[in-house]
Write a protein that binds this ligand. Structure first.
Ligand SMILES: Nc1ncnc2c1ncn2[C@@H]1O[C@H](COP(=O)(O)OP(=O)(O)OP(=O)(O)O)[C@@H](O)[C@H]1O
Length: 255
């Protein structure tokens, strides 16, 4: 096994009297799909919020490539290549699909304000590269045909794929997806599964997934962590987790 890209130990998050996350440990290998599952309110999104710097954990250590990141702000963690989507779609709905991908690249554009005003050759080159990268990802997520439609008018599954493409604009190393299949029909969920596999297998992205769709989780995950009421319950391969009596009792048994 290679060195983990992300290693979490003793992760704890308290909201007043509520212990939302209690001593969670994760070890995430690069270029794998790692899922976090558990019943509603188990603390999954809170774990994501801690990993991405939205919350400062009450205690615990988060190592990204052996470097502690648990005290960094969200934008600093994002700059280190950890990006996420949210449970609800958060696109610029009035902008077209391609515009959503272009604005996401502004930090990567090697341009100055003056360069933009004067349309210098370096500005034009940079603009062209951004457009090519956006076009490439529109193709990868099968949205070329709707590139010029406002994002808010796309089908829900298309909006989900556009969000993932938008994350890819920042060339992330870890992509965290919070319930990406929620609200998708079976065909859209199959497309999502193929896209997640593509990110891992062709683009070397490590994908972390929070998901309630067990069919998707069991078929795409390399490794699964189960948490229940904030506390680690089990972890293992999909087969190991599926057969774990504690998991069946606490979670899968409910399905
Ligand atoms: N900012 C907050 N302030 C207070 N309590 C919070 C906050 N965020 C989450 N919680 C609480 O922490 C617990 C875990 O919530 P969390 O959203 O992480 O669960 P989850 O496993 O993602 O649930 P779901 O599957 O329903 O999305 C819940 O009891 C929730 O009410």
């Amino acid at each position: 096994m290679s060195r983990p890209i992300l290693e979490v130990s003793g992760l704890t998050m308290r909201f007043g009297g509520l212990l939302a996350v209690n001593n969670v440990a994760l070890s995430v290998q690069p270029k794998q799909v790692v899922s976090i599952i558990g019943p509603n309110g188990a603390g999954k999104t809170t774990v994501f919020n801690c990993l991405t710097g939205f919350y400062q954990p009450t205690s615990g250590v988060i190592l990204l490539d052996d470097e502690p990141v648990h005290q960094l702000a969200g934008h600093e963690i994002a700059r280190k290549g950890v990006v996420r989507t949210f449970q609800n779609v958060r696109l610029f709905k009035e902008m077209t699909a391609v515009e959503n991908l272009l604005v996401a690249q502004h930090r990567h554009l090697n341009t100055s304000f003056l360069g933009g005003l004067l349309k210098t050759p370096s500005f034009r080159r940079s603009e062209k590269a951004a457009m090519e990268y956006a076009a490439h990802w529109l193709e990868e997520v099968d949205l070329v045909d709707v590139a010029n439609r406002p994002a808010g008018t796309l089908a829900y599954g298309q909006q989900r794929r556009l969000e993932i493409a938008r994350c890819m604009m920042t060339r992330p190393r870890i992509l965290m997806l919070d319930e990406p299949a929620a609200g998708l029909n079976p065909k859209e969920t199959e497309d999502l599964k193929a896209l997640i596999a593509l990110l891992r297998d062709e683009h070397d992205v490590t994908v972390m997934l929070i998901e309630h769709d067990m069919k998707l989780v069991m078929s795409i995950s390399d490794y699964i962590y189960v948490i229940n009421q904030g506390t680690p319950l089990a972890d293992g391969t999909p087969d190991e987790v599926r057969q774990n009596p504690a998991v069946i009792k606490a979670y899968l048994g409910e399905e």
